[in-house]
Design a protein around this ligand. Structure first.
Ligand code: UD1
Ligand code: CA
Length: 461
């Protein structure tokens, strides 16, 4: 049976007080709406229709999924009016699942259960009992009994004081036989407190037409929380991060504090991984067995092999090229690895060292205050404090090649393109603009002189 998903995302989000459309604010690094679209995709829906309005062009450009359709709703005259815009796009056979672009954490299992509760013939509502139901539509049941038949939904603004005492609320998600939905949408009226076309009015229509109305429930409140304000967004972000942290800990990852952990993407971990407080992982990050990440590291698009240790305050950003850290490597504290940094096994990168688009072979070390850009560094190289590759001539980038067992002294400038032969030693303070031969000492700096008889200037009397 066909399954169409309609995602409502036309609303303004006034309380966000932001120029960005509400559904494009991010949770765990992804747009709220993208979370919902991914859930719809996980259901293998035949059609996903997103209703846009406020910031439509921006929303349509920002969210993607195979076969995604957008329908515009202008002006926004209520949730019923929103679904009316989508109706022509829906297949008359089958079920329509209605989700909200600003309720990002609805689980695919819950959405699937809702669709099953509909079964192509019932109206299935996702409901939950809240301690504070203020603002929500209330579920009206026969005799007010918790298991009484559902008779309708009354919006908070239209509810009597007695109805406002009802704690069971409509979460904004439902599954409906599509043919029925189309009929009911045509009968909606806007004679209510808000002058809107309420989608929720179709519940009473179903009851009148003898269509059974059933309720399904989420596994947790988090799944049905919407984002209306920065405060709610931050609250949901913490809940989401907690979920991710729990999943990692269940798999054996040792997080020093799950409340101080942020994952904005995917994190794959081997055995015995330890992550200290305040680390942020973005994009795709892979940590091998026994990897330890110190406090306050930010790591994006990187693979860190078994046994490597990333000391505190290290920033790794692989962007598109990625970063690779080899087995047993030691990085940081205060190191910066940029796109294309590929560190071999047992490499040491120390404090205030920046590596970009460079390969360091096994055992190479750059321990202090250095820059390696567009360089190929051999095994066991020792790259001195304060040394840099001058890889950019103002127009083009050039490579520096440093052979195995080279020792580059402190405060050297290697002007690329340049090659340092294997086993060479570069004297501290050298500016190297020509290739240096293997196995020899090359020094390129003014000779030290001592000026005989020189005296310091004195203040005139
Ligand atoms: C709606 C429900 C209410 C439920 C609540 C759950 C109706 C009439 N009421 O209330 O019973 O408890 O959700 O959060 O449905 N939207 C559009 N176009 C519009 C209006 C809204 O696309 O013209 C979208 C919004 O962007 C949002 C969703 O629909 O994603 C819900 O709209 P919102 O205004 O938040 O609905 P509520 O009045 O809070
Ligand atoms: Ca709302």
């Amino acid at each position: 049976m066909a399954l169409d998903v309609v995602i409502m995302a036309a609303g303004k989000g006034t309380r966000m007080k932001s120029n960005r459309p509400k559904v494009l604010h991010t949770l765990g690094g992804r747009a709220l709406l993208q979370h919902v679209v991914q859930t719809a995709t996980a259901l293998a829906a035949d059609r996903i229709v997103v209703i846009t309005g406020h910031g439509a062009a921006q929303v349509e450009a920002a969210v993607q999924a195979p076969g995604l359709q957008f329908v515009r709703q202008e002006p926004q005259l209520g949730t019923g009016h929103a679904v009316q815009q989508a109706a022509p796009a829906l297949s008359p056979e089958g079920t329509t699942l209605i989700l909200n672009g600003d309720v990002p954490l609805i689980a695919p299992e819950t959405a699937r259960a809702l669709v099953e509760a509909c079964g192509g013939q019932r109206l299935a509502l996702l409901t939950i009992a809240l301690d504070d139901p203020t603002g929500y539509g209330r579920i009206l049941r026969r005799g007010g009994a918790p298991d009484g038949d559902v008779l309708g939904i009354v919006e908070h603004k239209d509810a009597t004081p007695e109805q406002r005492g009802i704690r069971e609320i409509y979460t904004g998600m439902m599954a409906v036989p599509t043919a029925r939905l189309k009929q009911w949408l045509g009968r909606l009226r806007n004679d209510n407190a808000q002058g809107e076309y309420y989608l929720t009015d179709i519940v009473a229509m179903a009851v009148a037409d003898g269509v059974p109305v059933v309720a399904a429930h989420p596994r947790s409140e988090t799944e049905v929380l919407g984002v209306n304000s920065p405060s709610q967004l931050a609250d949901l972000e913490r809940r989401y991060q907690r979920q991710q942290a729990e999943r990692l800990m269940e798999a054996g990852v040792r997080l020093a504090d799950p409340a101080r952990f942020d994952l904005r993407g995917t994190l794959e971990c081997g055995m015995d991984v330890e992550i200290d407080v305040n680390c942020v992982f973005e994009g795709q990050v892979v940590l091998g067995d026994g990897v330890r990440i110190g406090a306050n590291c930010v790591i994006r698009n990187a693979r860190i092999a078994a046994g490597a240790v990333i000391h505190p305050y290290t920033h790794i950003d692989g962007e598109k090229l990625g970063v690779e850290v080899g087995e047993g490597a030691l990085v940081g504290p205060f190191a910066r690895l940029r796109p294309g940094a590929v560190l071999g096994a047992e490499v040491h990168i120390g404090n205030f060292v920046e590596v970009k688009n460079s390969t360091l072979a096994r055992g190479a070390k750059a321990n202090h205050l250095a820059y390696l850009g567009d360089a190929t560094v051999g095994e066991r190289v020792n790259y001195g404090a304060g040394s840099i590759t001058a890889n950019y001539d103002g127009a083009n980038k050039h490579r520096t090649v440093i052979g195995d067992d080279v020792h580059v002294g402190s405060n050297c400038v290697l002007i690329a393109p340049v090659t340092i032969g294997a086993g060479a030693t570069i004297g501290g303070g050298s500016t190297i603009s020509k290739d240096a031969p293997a196995g020899q000492l090359t020094v390129a700096r003014a000779r030290q002189v001592t000026v005989p008889g020189w005296t310091r200037p004195r203040k005139k009397a």
